[in-house]
Ligand binder design. Structure first.
Ligand code: PEP
Ligand code: MG
Length: 574
């Protein structure tokens, strides 16, 4: 028995034989050819074969993945047909005399290097994986190598691979109970697909392929990020029990899909979903979200190679509002800067980008793009229930300026006879301690707050959220952080306003009892956390939670003490 660890990428347990995915040998000699027309023909044939193959995989994927995930194969097909890439291959064949496989490899390497160098842009980094996936297939056809076909697996298995490409993942059939990879992180394609397929996954182990032998029994613990190789009988039985308990729990949670979120004593809270694009709507509905509490619109900008036009934005906002069918949708104006960069918006290098020119600071300075976004939002407002919020507000002047621009655009549209809802709420994110401390003043002027704990904690603790070395200071239960949150919620209520939370803390199972005790109105989290949070809330008594809050902020001195306080309480519930 042996254990390796990695990143817990998808909840669940899998106990099965290992299917070691051998990478095809794609090495070849880069020879020159003096018959470019023959090489171009070979290239065209390989393109056609790859096209057929991807189309087939897409069909398999459609039955197994959501439409949106199967969409990745449309992107692959487009990449195969991309005139820029095809003419780059041809140029290398015709001008440099390369054979077709060398032309493809060199072109792919060029694009992969560019995409990978965009370190701050996970989206473009993923595109590098797509280019590799597509061009490897093309090369395999050109050199006659065999690309493994996972859809042929016909007994319960855990796939162990150096990495799983999107096309590998899409071929996983119901015999695949989980997978383990050497590379990848929580946001890699394979991890995202694992969550949507609801199979256990551990990624980024660095050594799975080297340590696991094909056919060995292995256990994947997708909660702890652990892989147990060749377990003894007692360990297998222990995990079988855990797996059964988890299945039972999921069946229980599923029953709450249509339910309202109520505590044991009948107090209602809204559980909303965080989304980054209309593509995430499927998860919103599948998990019974009561609203959208944060639509991070910057992803619309990051997914594009130009500033999205007013029309493009309008379409995206309209789609989300219509889909929510009258449930509230909080759309945040763009939050670019910090770790989110746009290739077409060059910003100066800064010593501390998280303390620099970002979010509302950019919008109030480069108002044209802010106005475009506001117009798109206002026009979309008639298709549902829209709330708009501004990110990274530090001062009242900033909020007033942003709101004034919003009102100007609103008036202008109305004057032009454009239909605009008269029911739009305008609020702000509480991410900066100065705004949290002055929440009682802000509360007089906003319609609502949404607490962004990811930033609020990094600024309160002066600990960069991207820096692993100081990650111990990310302390959601620190009484200092809790006092800020409590004050924000109380201030909003004092003036008849409401407070949501859209940072990761909203879905944190230890924080939830405290937030219930503070009377947080809306909990907005990733869709997959909704049902378990709803289940937890059903066990809580709001009065008891108020007592916990009192102890946490008045008596406790450290994050650890608060954590123990809450966990003891939750463990004592039935
Ligand atoms: C936050 O800061 O908590 C938040 C929700 O915003 P983002 O994570 O997009 O910075
Ligand atoms: Mg933030």
């Amino acid at each position: 028995m042996n254990k390796i660890t990695g990143i817990a990428a998808s909840d669940g347990y899998a106990i099965a034989r290992a299917f070691l995915l051998e990478q095809p040998d794609l090495t070849f000699e880069e020879t020159k050819s003096d018959q470019p027309e023959v090489e171009v023909d070979r290239l065209n044939k390989a393109l056609e074969e790859s096209r057929e193959e991807i189309t087939k995989i897409r069909e398999i994927a459609k039955g197994r993945l959501s439409a949106e995930e199967a969409e990745v194969f449309n992107a692959h097909l487009q990449m195969l047909d991309d005139p820029e890439m095809i003419s780059a291959y041809q140029q290398k064949i015709n001008d440099e005399g390369l054979n077709a496989q060398a032309a493809v490899r060199q072109t792919a390497d060029f694009f992969i290097t560019i995409f990978k160098s965009m370190e701050d842009n996970p989206y473009m980094q993923e595109r590098a994986a797509d280019v590799k996936d597509v061009t490897d297939r093309l090369i395999a056809h050109l050199i006659g190598a065999k690309v493994p076909n996972l859809s042929l697996i016909d007994e319960d298995s855990v796939v162990v691979a150096y990495d799983l490409t999107p096309s590998d993942t899409a071929q996983l059939n119901h015999f695949v109970k989980g997978f383990v990879t050497n590379i990848g992180g929580r946001t890699s394609h394979s991890a995202i697909m694992a969550r949507s397929l609801e199979v256990a996954a551990v990624v980024g182990t660095s050594e799975a392929v080297e340590k696991v032998e094909d056919g060995q029994t292995i256990i994947v613990d997708g909660f702890e990020g652990e892989v147990i190789i060749d377990p003894d009988q007692a360990t297998i039985e222990a995990y079988q029990q855990k797996a059964e308990a988890f299945e039972k729990q999921k069946a229980e949670w599923e029953k709450l899909k249509e339910a309202k979120t109520l505590t044991k004593d009948g107090k209602h809270f809204d559980i909303a979903a965080n989304i980054g694009s209309p593509k995430d709507l499927e998860g919103v509905h599948a998990n019974g979200a009561e609203a959208v509490g944060l639509y991070r619109t910057e992803f619309l900008y990051m997914d594009s190679d130009h500033f999205p036009t007013e029309e493009e934005q309008f379409e995206a906002y309209k789609e989300v509002l219509e889909s929510l069918d009258g449930k509230n949708v909080v759309i945040r104006t763009m939050d670019i800067g910090g770790d989110k960069k746009l290739p077409y918006l060059p910003l100066e290098e800064e010593m501390n980008p998280f303390l620099g020119y970002r979010a509302i600071r950019i919008c109030l300075h480069q108002t044209d793009m802010f106005r475009t976004q506001l117009r798109a939002l206002l026009r979309a407002s008639v298709y549902g229930s829209l709330s708009i919020m501004f990110p990274m507000i530090a001062t009242l002047e900033e909020f007033r300026q942003a709101k004034a621009i919003y009102l100007e655009e609103r008036e202008a549209l109305i004057k032009d006879g454009v239909a605009v809802s008269d029911d739009i709420q305008v609020g702000m994110m509480i991410e900066i301690p100065a705004a949290a401390v002055l929440a009682d003043q802000f509360a007089k002027e906003v319609d609502f707050f949404s607490i962004g704990t990811n930033d609020l904690i990094q600024y309160s603790m002066a600990a960069d959220r991207m820096n692993n070395t100081v990650s111990y200071l990310y302390q959601p239960y620190n009484p200092a952080v809790l006092r800020l949150i409590k004050f924000v919620i109380e201030s909003s209520h004092k003036y008849g306003k409401w407070t949501g939370m859209c940072g990761e803390v909203a879905g944190d199972q230890t924080a939830i009892p405290l937030l219930v005790g503070m009377g947080l109105d809306e909990f907005s989290m990733s869709a997959t956390s909704i049902l378990k949070s709803r289940a937890l809330m059903a066990k809580l008594d709001s009065k008891e939670c108020q007592g916990l809050v009192k102890q946490a902020v008045e008596e406790k001195t450290t994050s650890q003490e608060v954590q123990e306080l809450v966990e003891n309480y939750v463990n004592g519930l039935d």
